[in-house]
Design a protein around this ligand. Sequence first.
Ligand SMILES: [Fe+2]
Length: 256
Amino acid sequence: MSYIKSALLDEKGYAILDQYDQSQDPEEWHDLEYVDWKSSGVTRFAPLASAFGETEANGFWNHTPPRTDKDGVWIQSQVAKAPRLVARAQEPGANVGRCRVIELQPNEYASTLYNMHQDDNNRLNPDGSGWIVRGFFNLSHDPESFMTLREDRFNPATEIRIPLPAGSQIIVDTQRFWHAVWHKGPHPRYSLITSWESGPELDAYIDKHHGTNQITNPPLDQAFIDGAQLELQRRLAERAEALSAHSRADAADPKT
Ligand SMILES: [Fe+2]
């Protein structure tokens, strides 16, 4: 057995859909209730669907009983404020896990590299079912900001940068890629993030919106990349030193 995956997503790990006319919709994300939730960078989240319908953003596996990122429960107070966002998340007809709007403050490229991570969407997902992937619908207009993906965290040659104008619609296998958003600002970025289960419904949705995995990376100066790589290494070394100092202090101060 193995997981059911979308052929297009499986080939390169991402799909870019037709751009949506975001300007036709009310800016519902400004009406939602946000909770502090640290993700990649300085962030808050407005959950629309959560593990048990509470306004919280934790992974479904951190609840009792723990479960995978499927069967999210819609939060009625939030749904009432953002019916259009909910309709867009439900349009594929695929199983929805977590669904939320992220608010991300501006950051720098080196911080983006430092914040890169792989998601854990498929924890507890049984073999033979659909692989969980994530939709990112940019709500604010951030054409100079990028969804930044790397197959190899430390190899800039594997980097893919997808611009984020309002209405951009991307689906990413976030468990496969190291990823974070490089958001240049000056205002916060808002994006609707939905966990979907792969399968025929999601495939049909990707087809309907002309999904493609062909993109030419926007150019980025090599010296700038090299500088950010050095800064990444410096920050990682700094963190490793801080962690090691912490554990030395623990060892010197045994708890009884
Ligand atoms: Fe992530």
